[in-house]
Design a protein. Structure first.
Length: 255
């Protein structure tokens, strides 16, 4: 990897921020419509303690919901991917459940559990478990029939095939799903906090928007984005350490 490739993830956001700042200055955009990055940074600095308090809440609800999604999604994926009967019976139901707008479920969760942390945890869970289940099932289904036949000829049961071949083969799919699902979990938490909570980045953004403090709204968005990127990087590092055998460097522009 060249130095430019290493610097790319930092250069691209900086270029976007510069373009954003120049656009706000050139077109004289009012701050209540689109605040400049400098105003967003100022709001972030002035409200650092408040943002820290709410970001801890959002991170907590997101990680609890995401942990539940890993447990339930992995279990469902293993069941669906290892059994044709389970696939034909459960997969259509999973697709139908995932098609329901989660924003419409939040009011129901509030009726059941009240305003606060529980609806945010459940919303994060509902948005993030489906990609995990689908990818784990896809990983298990990629085991070659010939390899299954060889294992059966050696006396292996279906459980042995899933445990010794299927699950290891599905690990790259699993980590790919984690990197997608963690961002969806943050989306779920913020959506629920926006609608039904008095704590969390979503609640902070709602209060700031009601008071026309738009730079603070964008500061909240920036914090959520940073937390999502941080978790993505963590899972990417873990993926590289555990499933390095399944990945390889790709050289672009090779003749």
């Amino acid at each position: 990897m060249t130095n430019l490739e290493r610097a790319g993830p930092f250069i691209a956001p900086l270029v976007l921020i510069v373009i954003w700042e120049l656009a706000c200055l050139s077109f004289d955009i009012p701050p209540f419509v689109l605040p400049s990055p400098l105003l967003v940074g100022e709001a972030l600095y002035e409200n650092l303690y408040v943002i820290w308090f709410h970001s801890i809440q959002t991170m907590l609800t997101t990680m609890v919901g995401f942990s539940l999604a890993i447990l339930v999604g992995s279990a469902l994926g293993i069941v669906v991917g290892s059994s044709r009967l389970a696939y034909t019976s459960l997969y259509p139901m999973l697709v139908g459940f995932n098609s329901i707008p989660k924003v419409a479920i939040v009011p129901v969760l509030v009726v059941w559990f009240g305003i606060g942390t529980v609806p945010a945890v459940l919303t994060a869970f509902m948005l993030s478990f489906f990609p995990i289940a689908v990818n784990v099932a896809a990983g298990l289904s990629t085991v070659e029939p010939e390899l299954r036949d060889v294992m059966r000829s050696l006396g292996a049961s279906q459980l042995d095939i899933v445990r010794k071949i299927g699950i290891p083969r599905s690990m790259p799919y699993f980590f790919a799903a984690l990197k997608v699902s963690i961002t969806l979990a943050f989306v779920g938490s913020v959506i629920s906090e926006t609608l039904a909570s008095n704590r969390g980045i979503g609640a902070l953004m709602t209060q700031a928007a009601a008071n026309f403090r738009i730079p603070l709204v964008f500061a909240g968005l920036a914090v959520v984005s940073f937390m999502g990127i941080a978790m993505y990087v963590i899972f990417a590092h873990i993926e590289k350490r555990i499933t390095g055998w399944a990945t390889h460097d790709v050289t672009y522009g090779a003749g």
